[in-house]
Write a protein that binds this ligand. Structure first.
Ligand SMILES: Cc1cc2nc3c(=O)[nH]c(=O)nc-3n(C[C@H](O)[C@H](O)[C@H](O)COP(=O)(O)OP(=O)(O)OC[C@H]3O[C@@H](n4cnc5c(N)ncnc54)[C@H](O)[C@@H]3O)c2cc1C
Length: 255
């Protein structure tokens, strides 16, 4: 009999693909969805909602001269239609957010990966997904993919009420939004406060946390050290660092 709750690592062939922007829409005022198309997307693969791809922007880092790369989530993809969508949080300044804010149909962008996935089985009794705007694409993809009726709670910090999103799902989804204005150093504390009211359903649960690094650290400590949640049933990932430019800048190959 299969062992329950086994997270499985899957490797993918590492490829770069050249995409063309085929549509731009606003999910919310500060979340821009960009649709790409390319004959090279016929065999694009992404096994897990929180996979990431590297985006290579047509810019070079001033100091090193290396291409500017950033990590993003494949929000949706369709091999038959040869399309991929990515949701960009418009957070102000930075090569990725500025590119997304100005993107137009016909522009090109190179991507690399995903090079691997950590597949979380859909056999837990409940799911809790926590984060900020940068986590919303992966979080939404997971909510949409979960099996019918399974309880999933999401707790997300957003700038204002207009940034709340709706996901189509057959899971039993309970969203909670923490409206906090601009991202700040108190985000971890605000989310902790919201999570104080979370009582886990019966059974085994999977906890996923993503967003600004300090927030992620604080919430991981809450679940692992204070609430004793099993580390094998939790994933916490820093998606960006306050005051730092994200992504790696090694030239050439996608990481
Ligand atoms: C696995 C993974 C998946 C990700 N998926 C997505 C995704 O699907 N959509 C998405 O929008 N982001 C996603 N991110 C986060 C994204 O890679 C970072 O936000 C990245 O730093 C944005 O690059 P930039 O060029 O816009 O800004 P940068 O040049 O990296 O940073 C410029 C300034 O903006 C600040 N900053 C960076 N990101 C944010 C933010 N989100 N909010 C507020 N301030 C910020 C930095 O601290 C810095 O001061 C993901 C990150 C990882 C690791």
């Amino acid at each position: 009999m299969a062992v329950p709750h086994q997270l499985v690592r899957v490797r993918h062939e590492l490829r770069r693909r050249k995409l063309v922007v085929s549509g731009v829409e606003s999910v919310t005022p500060r979340m821009r969805r960009i649709r790409f198309t390319s004959p090279e997307l016929g065999d694009f693969h992404s096994s897990s909602p929180d996979d990431h791809i590297k985006l290579f922007f047509p810019l070079h880092d001033g100091a090193s001269g290396a291409p500017v790369m950033r990590d993003f989530t494949p929000r949706t993809f369709d091999n038959a239609g040869k399309t991929l969508t990515i949701d960009f949080a418009l957070h102000g300044s930075g090569p990725a957010t500025e590119w997304a804010a100005r993107a137009q149909v016909g522009q090109t962008l190179e991507i690399g990966g995903p090079k691997g996935s950590l597949v979380v089985p859909d056999d837990f009794d409940w799911y809790l997904l926590v984060g900020d705007e940068s986590a919303l694409p992966a979080l939404g993809r997971r909510v949409e993919a979960l099996r019918p009726g399974v309880p999933v709670t999401t707790v997300v910090a957003v700038a204002n009420e207009d940034e709340r999103q709706t996901f189509e799902t057959r899971a039993s989804w309970r969203p909670e939004w923490v409206v906090r204005g601009e991202p700040g150093t108190r985000d971890g504390e605000l989310l902790r406060r919201a999570l104080a009211g979370f009582s886990p359903p019966a059974g085994d649960g999977f906890v996923w946390i993503a967003g600004e690094a300090a927030l992620v650290r604080e919430l991981r400590t809450l679940f692992v050290e204070e609430r004793g949640h099993p580390t094998d049933w939790l994933k916490a990932a820093a998606y960006w660092h306050r005051g730092e430019h994200g992504g790696s800048s090694a030239p050439g190959k996608p990481a």
